[in-house]
Design a protein around this ligand. Structure first.
Ligand SMILES: C[S@@+](CC[C@H](N)C(=O)[O-])C[C@H]1O[C@@H](n2cnc3c(N)ncnc32)[C@H](O)[C@@H]1O
Length: 196
């Protein structure tokens, strides 16, 4: 059984967010953070010592100490206007539901930064879930015919993620990947602009 570690690769995850914060601040709309998978706020407690966000909303599906609110952030993104300039999606597994939902959300700002942890937790380590297969145009019924772990498919998943943004009306202005990501998890930061 593979143990889930909430903040493996801490240094790389922090550096990626530092880059994205700077990039978001360049836009001049302030630092308004929506932390979709706040957990114990290991990342944002550290980052808040370096930058004071203009606003911070932290959500977790599990009960966590304040200021984190107990909520499913996919449902939140579906039902609330997106006022954030930086959205952090540090899931255990795949961020596809968050990604698709936030791309369709009602944005307050034309440009937002997004951090994605693209992992494949659990038993099917390295396999792609239904949402990723759909985005890649692979019928989910083919799952059993596909090898469980495959670097090419993980690469394709990142590409599909970007194509989905373009398909849903965004321009990808800038991207970064955290160095030294492990074999199963990739850490990506993206600066997006909503077209017209
Ligand atoms: C890798 S941990 C996050 C660690 C966190 N970023 C930190 O700095 O401490 C993933 C967290 O995401 C939460 N989570 C997963 N899916 C969620 C969802 N749909 N809505 C809200 N929280 C979710 C889990 O409960 C877990 O606490």
């Amino acid at each position: 059984m593979i143990k889930q570690v909430d903040n493996g690769m801490l240094g790389a995850k922090l550096d990626l967010r530092r880059w994205l914060i700077q990039r978001v601040l360049e836009e001049g709309k302030g630092l308004h953070v929506l932390d979709c998978c706040a957990g114990d706020r290991v990342l944002w407690k550290r980052l808040e010592r370096e930058w004071k966000p203009d606003s911070y909303v932290g959500l977790d599906i599990k009960r966590k100490p304040a200021p984190v609110l107990k909520a499913d952030s996919v449902r939140w993104l579906r039902s609330m206007p997106l006022k954030a300039t930086l959205v952090d999606v540090d899931t255990y597994g795949e961020p596809w539901k968050h990604w698709r939902t936030l791309l369709r959300a009602n944005w307050t700002h034309d440009r937002i930064g997004v951090c994605l942890t693209m992992g494949n937790g659990g038993k099917a380590m390295g396999a792609l879930g239904n949402a990723a297969l759909k985005a890649l145009g692979i019928p989910t019924t083919w799952r059993k015919r596909l090898p469980p772990a495959c670097d090419a498919r993980r690469e394709a998943a990142v590409d599909a993620c970007m194509y989905l943004a373009v398909e849903l009306g965004c321009t990808v202005l800038d991207t970064r990947e955290a160095g030294g990501a492990n074999r199963w998890t990739r850490y990506i930061a993206v600066m997006l602009e909503r077209r017209g």
